[in-house]
Design a protein around this ligand. Structure first.
Ligand code: SME
Length: 165
C-alpha cells in the first residue's frame, strides 16, 4: 500500500528525489508500459503539491491524444503547434508558463489551471508526446522543478517503449 506519511515532512528537493526513486521502483518492477505511465501520474500527484492535473498526451497520427492522467476530464485531442502542449511538441522545448492566460492559444481544459509545465517526450530524436502538469497557482513551477521533471521524463525514456502504448 502506498503511504504518504513519509513525504509530508520532507524538504522540497528531498520530496522530488523521493519521487524519482518511486518512479524507478515502479518502472523496474513492472513490464507493462501503460501500467507504468499510469502509475507515473499517481506518483506525481502523491509527491507534488498544488497541482490540479498531471498526465500525458501522446502523439498519434500527427496530433496529441489524451493518455493516462490524474485530474478532471480533459481535452481529448490537441493539434501540434496549438496550446502549451502542442507548442512543446512543435518546438521540442520545455514550456514553463507562469500564467496560462498570457500564453497565446492556451487551451483551457480546466478553468482552475493558472500555470503549466510541459515536458516534451523525445527519445532517440523522435517526439512521442508530452508530460503536462497544471497548477491552480500562478507562477507555481520553478526552474528547479523543471529540472526534476526533465529527469523524470529521462527515467521514463530508459524504461518505456512508447511505441507499445
Ligand atoms: N492547457 C493545455 C491543454 C491540456 S490541459 O491543461 C490538461 C494546453 O494549452 O495545451
Amino acid at each position: 500500500m502506498f503511504k504518504l506519511d513519509s513525504i509530508n515532512n520532507m524538504e522540497t528537493k528531498d520530496r522530488y528525489r523521493y519521487m524519482l526513486t518511486l518512479l524507478k521502483g515502479q518502472l523496474s518492477s513492472e513490464k507493462d508500459d501503460l501500467a507504468n505511465i499510469s502509475n507515473a501520474t499517481g506518483i506525481i500527484m502523491a509527491c507534488v503539491d498544488r497541482l490540479n492535473w498531471a498526465g500525458f498526451y501522446l502523439l498519434r497520427d500527427d496530433e496529441l491524444v489524451l493518455g493516462p492522467f490524474q485530474g478532471l476530464p480533459a481535452c481529448n485531442r490537441i493539434e501540434i503547434g496549438k496550446g502549451v502542449c502542442g507548442t512543446a511538441v512543435k518546438t521540442r522545448e520545455v514550456q514553463l508558463v507562469s500564467d496560462v492566460y498570457l500564453f497565446p492559444g492556451h487551451i483551457a481544459c480546466d478553468s482552475a489551471s493558472n500555470s503549466e509545465l510541459v515536458i516534451p517526450i523525445i527519445k532517440d530524436g523522435e517526439v512521442y508526446g508530452v508530460l503536462d502538469l497544471d497548477s491552480p497557482e500562478k507562477g507555481r513551477f520553478t526552474h528547479m522543478e523543471q529540472e526534476y521533471f526533465i529527469k523524470f521524463v529521462e527515467i521514463l525514456n530508459e524504461y518505456i517503449n512508447w511505441n507499445n502504448i
